[in-house]
Design a protein around this ligand. Structure first.
Ligand code: HEM
Length: 405
């Protein structure tokens, strides 16, 4: 992992790849909201960080001035790489701008509808119980390493039609793309090209032996009556791996982290399991894992702040979710919060397409964990570690099991 220079100030020199950023994200955003609601850093060639709900929402909805061509703030790939993938971007639809975006999105929507996702519930439940069984009767288990990280990768690999035994490889590849952002662009470009080659092999296998999975689905899909290009098919699979793995793993981990540190909320969920769907929305609001990015497409302003074509802008949906101007008691986790139009899944045309799957995995993972372990606590607060970069969640989460059922 490429280390970054110490941060001099979160207002003028922030770095989302610095280990202190995600570890203290809520405090940093709160501080900025009061003093400097559009922070800036010279790093990565110049990056803005708006932290109010109003600014994040306005940018997410303004596709004329803010492009999704690149959505991870990192050292940029060379210009030729970027030109090669236009207009669809390297990972459609998340990297596609209008007008192409709506076509790329429409292709995927049916595959993630409730009718397609709900039948996976029993499988997810079985997987969660298998993971818990494999923990044996240890007093301390790592809820991130032994549990959360395995659930999304297992489900999305099977949905896409990729071998489960390659799960470690997928997690490693996603880690390079999302976390090793301070590395030279060539390191990340090489990692992505390797994943492309790996996926191309599987696409070829699917062409020879058609299968009823997401690769098969994409090979049969059409835009403007034409089959998708190979670049589009593989780019979408890369997106599904990236979007499907770290995000939900982080959401499961943060939810368990909260319950490990808040015994009243845990006891209430054990006593009132019907509260779970409402509690899950609140945990998504309070610990939203995903910050996306945009590239300024035309000079404009964020609030009063002028921004220039080519600048990066981070879109911290999690900070928007903690804005007191939008949510009452924004910093409190209220597991029966009634009014909760949170932005964890984004705002505007790129709103998460996998939210049915994400909610299913998160709900079932928390349900099964609290059912089997009705009492647990953080084993060692200082041993908890957090991810780096735009997807925030615990990566080490040792919890002490106090009761089993
Ligand atoms: C808790 C888990 C998840 C969270 C918090 C989350 C969050 C988000 C957010 C914030 C966006 C908007 C991106 C933007 O504005 O640039 C997004 C887009 C997207 N997500 Fe998720 N996501 C999650 C899980 C998933 C899963 C499991 C999948 C599918 C495997 C998925 C697939 C997608 C896709 C395809 C898009 C792009 C949609 C478009 O560009 O039209 N996500 N997600």
């Amino acid at each position: 992992m490429t280390e970054v220079a110490p941060v001099q100030s979160w207002e003028t020199d922030f770095d989302h790849a610095h280990p202190d950023y995600n570890a203290n994200a809520h405090e940093i955003w709160d501080q900025l909201r009061g003093k400097c609601p559009v922070a800036h850093t010279e790093r990565y060639g110049g990056t803005w960080l708006p932290v109010t709900h109003e600014d994040v929402s306005a940018i997410a909805r303004d596709t004329e001035h803010f492009s999704s061509e690149l959505v991870i703030v990192a050292n940029r790939p060379p210009e030729e790489e970027r030109i090669m993938t236009k207009p669809i971007g390297p990972a459609p639809p998340i990297t596609s701008d209008p007008p192409f975006h709506q076509h790329a999105r429409r292709v995927l929507l049916p595959a993630f509808s409730p009718q397609m996702i709900n039948p996976w519930e029993d499988e997810v439940r079985r997987l969660c119980n298998e993971l818990i069984d494999s923990m044996g009767d240890a007093d301390v288990v790592d809820a991130a390493v032994q549990y959360a990280q395995h659930i999304p990768v297992n489900v999305i690999a099977r949905m896409i039609g990729l071998p489960l035994e390659d799960s470690d490889y997928f997690r490693e590849a996603v880690h390079t793309v999302l976390e090793n952002i301070a590395a030279e662009a060539s390191v990340r470009v090489a990692a992505v090209q390797e994943v492309f080659q790996y996926l191309l092999k599987h696409v070829e296998k699917h062409r020879e032996q058609p299968k009823d999975d997401l690769i098969g689905y994409l090979l049969n899909a059409k835009i403007f009556d034409q089959p998708l290009t190979e670049q589009h098919v593989v780019g979408t699979i890369v997106l599904l791996l990236i979007a499907g793995i770290d995000t939900t793993w982080s959401a499961i981990g943060s939810s368990l982290w909260h319950l490990a540190g808040n015994s009243d909320d845990l006891a209430r969920l054990v006593a009132e399991p019907e509260l779970m769907p409402t509690a899950i929305e609140e945990l998504l609001r309070a610990y939203a894992p995903v910050t996306m990015a945009r590239v300024v497409a035309k000079d404009t302003t964020i609030g009063e702040c002028p921004v220039k074509e080519g600048d990066w802008v981070l879109l911290p949906f999690p900070a928007a979710n903690r804005d007191p101007a939008e949510f009452e008691d924004a910093d409190k986790v209220i597991i029966d919060r009634e009014f909760n139009r949170h932005a964890a899944f984004g705002l505007g045309i790129h709103r998460c397409l996998g939210s049915n799957l994400a909610r299913l995995e998160l709900r079932v993972a928390v349900e099964e964990f609290v059912k089997r372990f009705p009492k647990f606590e953080l084993a060692d607060k200082s041993a908890v570690t957090w991810s780096l970069g735009q997807v925030r969640g615990p990566r080490k989460l040792p919890v002490r099991i106090l009761e089993r059922s």
